[in-house]
Design a protein around this ligand. Structure first.
Ligand SMILES: [Fe+2]
Length: 161
């Protein structure tokens, strides 16, 4: 999906493929291990991440990807932002974020339409994805990261300009 979207939006396909492949590189790291890694590498853990540790696989993943594969800033940013989203996301980061949410193994109501929207309007697809994520988080009583809200506000503001 990352390759497909990179093709549509004129981003580097190989880079998108690699980012897609390694974005979850820290997913299997235990909290204990992750805490040690974060401390050692001066990676900030915010209040939400402390409570919902799973979110940290994004920041940890970006650092590990840099360490192991010397990935560039674009890929590091895309990995850092792939879970919560972020208002400063560039097009490459948006592609990786979205590809993760609509990849072929995802199977939720509306995902087929979302894949179509993603190919014509990246921001609209992200907005729809965020709303889906927020609804799910509310239903499951999960904390909502402010970065997600900021990204949603940002897109809405840009759309109304
Ligand atoms: Fe992830």
């Amino acid at each position: 999906m990352a390759i497909e979207l990179a093709e549509v939006y004129g981003e580097d396909k190989e880079k998108a493929a690699f980012a897609g492949l390694i974005h979850d590189i820290a997913k299997e790291i235990s909290k204990e291990e992750g805490e040690i890694y974060a401390k050692k590498h001066n990676i900030e853990v915010d209040e939400i991440e402390k409570f919902q540790w799973g979110l940290m696989h994004a920041k940890l993943g970006a650092s590990i990807a840099k360490e192991r594969y010397n990935v560039d800033q674009d890929i590091q940013k895309a990995i850092t932002y792939h879970t919560t989203g972020h208002k400063d996301m560039d097009r490459f980061s948006k592609i990786i974020y979205l590809a993760d949410k609509i990849e072929e193994n995802r199977n939720y109501e509306g995902v087929i339409e979302l894949r179509e929207i993603a190919k014509t309007d990246l921001d609209m697809a992200i907005l729809t994805t965020i709303d889906f994520v927020l609804n799910k988080s509310i239903k499951m009583n999960r904390l909502i990261h402010p970065n997600t809200i900021d990204l949603r506000n940002q897109i809405l503001k840009e759309k109304s300009e």
